[in-house]
Design a protein around this ligand. Structure first.
Ligand SMILES: C[S@@+](CC[C@H](N)C(=O)[O-])C[C@H]1O[C@@H](n2cnc3c(N)ncnc32)[C@H](O)[C@@H]1O
Length: 329
């Protein structure tokens, strides 16, 4: 019997290596930079433009289709929407973080401190738009899964949702997209909430959105009103003590029977294993104390805050790394 695990590992690394080499070549030589979505070109156009041999250029373009960077109709190529997106902020796939790895290993000094309260407003102002894109399938699935066992979630007239460390508002807004009467309160820094408010206007839910702007450790929240609260990708940038204090504050703001949903890279979908490990590595590169607190670590803190019962679900959608821990008041 062939040792499949070894073969799997070998092919996984070969594919990762080959994909990275092709992608980096495209970006370093700006091969697709001049094309917009909708522009089309033939393999010959491409080969002539860069003075490449036609045969290898065509094989190269076909491999970029397999990577998802190009699309093909008849014999014409065009860039995919994700290639358009990869011309922006995420162009280098966080290469500068990974380049810092030797320094981190030798000195323990992270690349930057995204968990420092003083820096978080500036840092997250840039990040949240892409986080919205990355977390949307998970947020949609969260609402879908919750509503299966909570029939009134999508129809309840006065559903009040609190989204703490809301960023783009992706978690809270997905309740408002599905329940046309839900009201959402977002707690985050003012500069970060500019992005969320813009989304709320575009999606016509702005009249149901309230913001609590400033440091969420210090801002004043209403007591006992929220039926749902979300805390997405936040516990991993806080210390255990800060998480405990925040859980108590959230508990106080929730209505009896209200539920807090904590979302983080602790799902249990096997296909998400590598994504979870690299996420933790990335956290170690960009924070001092950042680490994913597992549901079993969070539960005692939540019990101490007053929450009584728990439920856990993995979110089996891309990036397959996420899970949701639900704590009920
Ligand atoms: C990793 S992002 C997560 C954003 C969003 N929940 C998501 O999952 O896409 C963490 C968020 O917490 C916010 N945040 C961190 N510390 C904060 C603090 N002390 N006061 C207010 N917001 C804070 C950041 O501005 C950022 O929007």
């Amino acid at each position: 019997m062939t040792k499949n695990k070894e073969l799997e590992t070998y092919f996984k690394l070969m594919l990762a290596g080959g994909s990275t080499a092709l992608y980096n070549y495209v970006q370093e030589h700006s091969l697709l930079a001049d094309y917009k979505v909708g522009d089309t070109f033939s393999a010959k156009d491409f080969a002539d433009k860069f003075n490449y041999k036609h045969g290898p250029a065509e094989v190269f373009l076909n491999s970029l289709i397999a990577l998802g960077l190009l699309e093909k109709k008849a014999d014409k190529y065009g860039i995919s929407p994700v290639m358009e997106l990869l011309k922006g902020n995420y162009k280098n796939l966080s290469a500068e973080y990974w380049a810092h790895l030797p320094v981190l290993l030798k000195t323990g000094t992270p690349f930057k401190r995204m968990d420092a309260v003083v820096d978080s407003e500036k840092e997250y102002q840039v990040q949240v738009k892409s986080l919205e894109w990355m977390m949307t399938p998970c947020a949609e699935l969260m609402v879908e899964m919750l509503s299966k066992t909570r029939p009134d979630l999508l129809t309840k007239k006065d559903l009040q949702v609190l989204d703490v460390g809301a960023g783009s508002g992706v978690w809270g807004f997905n309740f408002a997209y599905k329940n046309k009467d839900a009201k959402v309160t977002l707690a985050d820094w003012p500069a970060v909430l500019v992005v969320a408010k813009d989304t709320a206007s575009r999606k016509n839910i702005i009249d149901r959105v309230t913001t609590i702007e400033g440091n969420f450790h210090e801002s004043v929240w209403p007591d006992g009103i929220f039926n749902m609260a979300t805390l997405g990708n936040v516990t991993h940038i806080l210390t255990a003590e800060a998480n405990k204090t925040l859980f108590k504050k959230i508990y106080k703001s929730m209505a009896p029977g209200g539920e807090l949903v904590i979302l983080d890279a602790y799902g249990e979908v096997p296909e998400g294993e590598l994504a979870r490990a690299l996420y933790q590595m990335g956290l170690t590169i960009r924070t001092i104390q950042g680490r994913v607190f597992m549901p079993e670590e969070l539960k005692p803190m939540l019990l101490e805050a007053g929450f009584k019962t728990f439920e856990f679900h993995s979110l089996d959608v891309i990036p397959q790394s996420m899970g949701m821990l639900i704590a009920k008041k």
